[in-house]
Design a protein around this ligand. Structure first.
Ligand code: HEC
Length: 152
C-alpha cells in the first residue's frame, strides 16, 4: 500500500512530503527493529535443548527431512531456505513448524518439543548455544532475528 503512494509523491516532486515520508518510514522500521532485534547468533538456546531436539527431530521429522536435515520428501532444513528465513524473525520459522508440521499431523507436538526441535535446527545451521534456554513466553521468539550465523 505504501509503494504506489511513494511513487506518486516522487513524481509530483513534493520534497517536503517525501522528507516526511522518509521520516515516517524510518520510525516504522525503527519500531520493527525493536520487535526483532536480537540476533539468533548471540547464543539464545542451551545444549540441553539441542540434545532433546535432536531426539525429537529423529522421531517426528527425520523421515521426511532426512536424519542430517538434508531433505527427502520434505525440503532440506540445513541450510534453511534463505529466501524465507534469512533476516526474518525467528517466529516465522517457529510458527511454520508448529502450525504446519509434522506434515502428516500438524500441531500435534507439545510446545516444548517444537521449541527443542527449533534449537536443534538452529544448531545444525551453525547458530551457537548459550546459557539461557529459549522460551516462547511473552512472544520472546518474535524478538529474535535469523541473522547470519558465525562462520565455522
Ligand atoms: C510426512 C513428511 C513430513 C514430516 C514428518 C515433517 N515434514 Fe516438514 N515438510 C514436509 C514437506 C512436504 C514440506 C514442504 C511443504 C510445503 O512446501 O508446502 C515441509 C516443510 C517444512 C519446513 C519449511 C521448509 C522450507 O524450506 O520451506 C519446515 C521448517 C519443516 N517442514 C519442519 C518440520 C519439522 C520441524 C518437522 C517435525 C516436527 C517436520 N517438518 C516433519 C514434510 C514433512
Amino acid at each position: 500500500m505504501r509503494r504506489p503512494k511513494r511513487q506518486r509523491i516522487v513524481r509530483t516532486g513534493g520534497v517536503a512530503l517525501l522528507a516526511a515520508l522518509l521520516a515516517t518510514s524510518a520510525l516504522v522500521f525503527g519500531q520493527g527493529d525493536d520487535v526483532a532485534s536480537v540476533g539468533a547468533s548471540t547464543g539464545i538456546f542451551t545444549d540441553e535443548q539441542v540434545a532433546a531436539g535432536a531426539e525429537a527431530f529423529e522421531m517426528h521429522c527425520a523421515v521426511c527431512h532426512g536424519a542430517a536435515l538434508e531433505g527427502d520428501f520434505g525440503p532440506t532444513l540445513a541450510p534453511l531456505d534463505r529466501f524465507q528465513f534469512s533476516d526474518a524473525p525467528l517466529s516465522r520459522l517457529f510458527d511454520l513448524m508448529r502450525t504446519e508440521m509434522p506434515f502428516s499431523d500438524p500441531g500435534s507436538l507439545e510446545t516444548d518439543t517444537y521449541l527443542s526441535i527449533l534449537t536443534f535446527i538452529l544448531s545444525e545451521n551453525g547458530y551457537p548455544s548459550g546459557d539461557e534456554p529459549l522460551s516462547d513466553a511473552d512472544e520472546a521468539i518474535a524478538r529474535y532475528v535469523l541473522d547470519t550465523p558465525p562462520a565455522e
